[in-house]
Design a protein around this ligand. Sequence first.
Ligand SMILES: C/C(=C\COP(=O)(O)OP(=O)(O)O)CCC[C@H](C)CCC[C@H](C)CCCC(C)C
Ligand SMILES: O=C(O)C1=CC(=O)c2ccccc2C1=O
Length: 304
Amino acid sequence: MTTNQVKSENLNISSRKLWLAAIKPPIYSVAVIPILAGTAVAFAETRNFTPNICFTFLGSAILIIAWLNLSNDVFDADTGIDVNKAHSVVNLTGNQSLIFWLSNLCLLLGFCGIALICWWQKDWMVFNLILLCCALGYSYQGPPFRFGYLGLGEIICFFTFGPGAVSAAYYSQTHNFSLACWAVATLIGISTSIILFCSHFHQVEDDLAAGKRSPIVRLGTARGAKVLAILTISIYLGTTILSILGYLPQTTWLIFASLPIAFQLVNHVAQYHDSPQKVSNSKFIAVNLYLVSSTLLITGLVIS
Ligand SMILES: C/C(=C\COP(=O)(O)OP(=O)(O)O)CCC[C@H](C)CCC[C@H](C)CCCC(C)C
Ligand SMILES: O=C(O)C1=CC(=O)c2ccccc2C1=O
């Protein structure tokens, strides 16, 4: 291989890495888990499962998360907060309006899927719930609200990915709501918000420069690490209390098998909270905790 061929190979690899970081495949688990969780509670309670509803919901949720992330890069390009972010789809393509319209297309297709479910069922509750979640998602990042800049992202994240998405998936299978559904939604909401919370530790400088008062900017990284520990403990404490009160089956205690990842996350952030480069992977440990703990919770529900 000539020197030029080696250089071009290296460029290809780093460009592939940037695109992967921009598309963020692991983040798409936040589309899959709430739908499977709501469907699993429905199955645990009724022993009924309607596959076409579940798979259409999954496809729509993935499209909605694509909208959320593409439009996040579009809106962040407007505020200038992503100037140093090489893995922004807008920075990579240099075409903000193309990404804007691509994101809108994803949203439209996602809504078509949800509308199809409601049309099959002649009941528009699920559509209204997801519309509300998307409106809140827009308010996190889009003008004139940009609530994420006020530090409200984690609260919005809790309600949309927890009670909103989980109850919509449950309702799509049962045409009802239940206490177990709200119990599982609370746990999923907390673990999703932990992902967003962790994503702010390494961005304090850029956030301050762009006037974004993320929870970590407000609390400082040291106190943020303590809040993370409390949030993480609350997943396990919550599961224990909810199952003792009878809202969840005891098989959901399977979630405790994810404790090693919880320790890894809390220790990593406690140790490196003020070192942006080292703490930057905490978001991916948080996604790992989310995936493993939610899968164990869902398994516990299905085998109950
Ligand atoms: C886009 C999100 C976070 C990225 O934030 P940030 O700009 O700080 O990160 P970068 O550094 O990567 O630019 C997530 C925001 C989530 C939002 C608060 C709530 C969204 C709700 C969804 C639309 C609900 C979808 C439900 C679905 C499962 C059907
Ligand atoms: O890019 C990100 O950092 C996130 C994207 C995203 O869609 C999401 C959804 C739910 C919780 C956290 C996050 C992110 O952190």
